[in-house]
Design a protein around this ligand. Structure first.
Ligand code: GCO
Length: 478
């Protein structure tokens, strides 16, 4: 979701176009009659899970030996986070992990995908391991296993030790060694209990927002730093895969992409080209190097500059034979030509088009998930796809201990019917994970956007399952 910031910060502002093409959209949605499907229609092997991340939920930012993260530091810079909020406490998952995993179980999910906080394991980024941090994730994993939930680990979901960020973070090629050490520690520690690993979550989000547009940690605004961070994230992603393959026999290894379905605002050549450029950055930039196809320089010529960053063997080291790709989809993007350098594409905002949108302004467009799955099924190198994040933020209201989030239920029904349509047409998609089990800290937006199936009162930290969580409990009870 956050990558839309990445687009808007390029001076990509909406145009005031009221596009008749979109005003009549409702009658086009084949899936609107959705909901007349059951869990069984997805097949017995289909994986149902929920996804969360360390910085957004754990809190305990400086407890039990944890080192300062880049987000602990960044969220304290005045003006960076909406309402001056930070995740020092967040959802307090660090202390309430058992209750939250019981809630995930109660909603009948079989998988819990969570990320590990690098500075909780290696406070100084490399070297000494913090045993109290290691023990915390053993408790989380053991709790999952004890209630019959399969733990999936995301190794990097954007929170790195600040001490490494001060040395350039992803823009420093030393990151390859730092990250490799971290992956080695984790996989040797948890590999006997955890077989499903995601090396990185949405490289575009942390490189684009973090090093180009300054809305994420570390808050840098440099195309040079962005390109270096992209290349090093590509190399680390593949190297991470190789380390897991070595350390965890029988591992199922993937990484996740920040996907959006991009369409041109109209059929003018300049806007069709702009949409292709935006699609290349949003959907191809990190996938194609991993598949051995290199960067999409055919569509975004400025990426040819990446060549200057290559060292011997990089071409080979950029690729890895991942077992699956995590598709993460929230909204559609409508693109038009922009005078902005580099991408030369801008987003035509949902608010300017009079179409349904979530509270962060992302257009709600379930057909886009179908289109992305169809698009990715064309890549021969993709062995399996899992929707590792899908969800929406709506204005939740707690009333008498209940949250009647019918719009979110509608969102899930329509996006699930999009997945089912693709699957029935032969697309190799074999899982769906909801973002997110509980409300949490939405990066630079703070706590305002609520994505959870479980409502959290951030004053009392009390939890209550929303109607959408109860809907999944019913739907998955098959
Ligand atoms: C992402 C991240 C999550 C977000 C979620 C809602 O996809 O941007 O994985 O951390 O919180 O997408 O925006």
């Amino acid at each position: 979701m956050e990558r839309r910031e990445w687009l808007i910060r390029t001076g990509i502002t909406g145009t005031g176009l009221l596009l008749s093409k979109y005003l009549g959209a409702a009658d086009r949605f084949w899936y609107m009659s959705a909901g007349d499907f059951a869990k069984a229609d997805f097949g017995p092997g289909f994986k149902w899970g929920v996804t969360a991340s360390s910085y957004q939920t754990e809190g305990a930012w400086n407890l039990d030996g944890k080192g300062e993260s880049n987000w602990d530091y960044f969220s304290r810079i005045p003006g960076k986070i909406q309402n001056g909020e930070n995740a020092d406490v967040a959802a307090d998952f660090y202390h309430r992990y058992s209750e939250d995993i019981d809630l995930i179980k109660a909603m009948n999910f079989q998988i819990f995908r969570f990320s590990v906080s690098w500075p909780r394991i290696l406070p100084a980024g490399t070297g000494a391991v913090n045993n109290k941090g290691v023990d915390f994730y053993h408790r989380v994993i053991d709790k999952c296993l004890s209630v019959g939930i399969e733990p999936w680990i995301t190794i990097y979901h954007w929170d790195m030790p600040q001490v490494l960020e001060t040395q350039g973070g992803w823009a420093n090629r030393k990151m390859i060694d730092w990250f490799s050490e971290y992956v080695d520690v984790l996989t040797k520690e948890y590999g006997s209990k955890v077989k499903n690993w995601i090396v990185m979550n949405e490289q575009l989000a942390f490189t684009g927002n973090g090093y180009m547009y300054g809305v994420f940690a570390p808050g840098r605004k440099s195309i040079g730093a962005f390109m270096k961070s992209v290349h090093h994230a590509v190399l680390c992603n593949a190297e991470g895969g190789r380390i897991i393959r070595k350390n965890v026999p029988g591992a199922n290894i993937g990484f996740t992409l920040a996907n959006t379905y991009v369409e041109p605002v109209d059929q003018k050549e300049k806007n069709i080209e702009a949409a292709a450029r935006m699609d290349a950055i949003m959907n191809r930039l990190f996938l194609e190097p991993a598949l051995g196809l290199g960067y999409p320089v055919d569509t975004v010529p400025i990426l040819k500059k990446m060549r200057s960053l290559y060292e011997d063997g990089d071409e080979e080291k950029m690729k890895f034979d991942f077992d699956f790709i995590g598709i993460q989809y929230y909204y559609r993007t409508i693109a038009a030509k922009s005078i902005m350098p580099g991408m030369r594409a801008k987003e035509v905002m949902a608010s300017d088009r009079g179409v349904p949108a979530n509270t962060m302004g992302g257009e709600i467009y379930p057909e886009g998930l179908y289109q992305i799955l169809k698009k990715f099924s064309q890549y021969k190198g993709i062995k399996n796809m899992i929707v590792t994040e899908n969800g929406t933020c709506v204005p939740d209201k707690l009333e008498n201990g209940q949250v009647h989030d019918k719009d979110r239920i509608e969102y899930f029904k329509n996006h699930l019917s999009a997945v089912l349509k693709a699957k029935k047409e032969g697309v190799n998609v074999n899982g769906y994970f909801v973002w997110s089990p509980t409300d949490n800290f939405e990066w630079d937006k703070g706590f305002s956007p609520r994505f959870g199936l479980v409502y959290i009162d951030f004053k009392t930290l009390e939890r209550c399952i929303k109607d959408s969580g109860l809907w999944f409990k019913e739907f998955l009870n098959g």
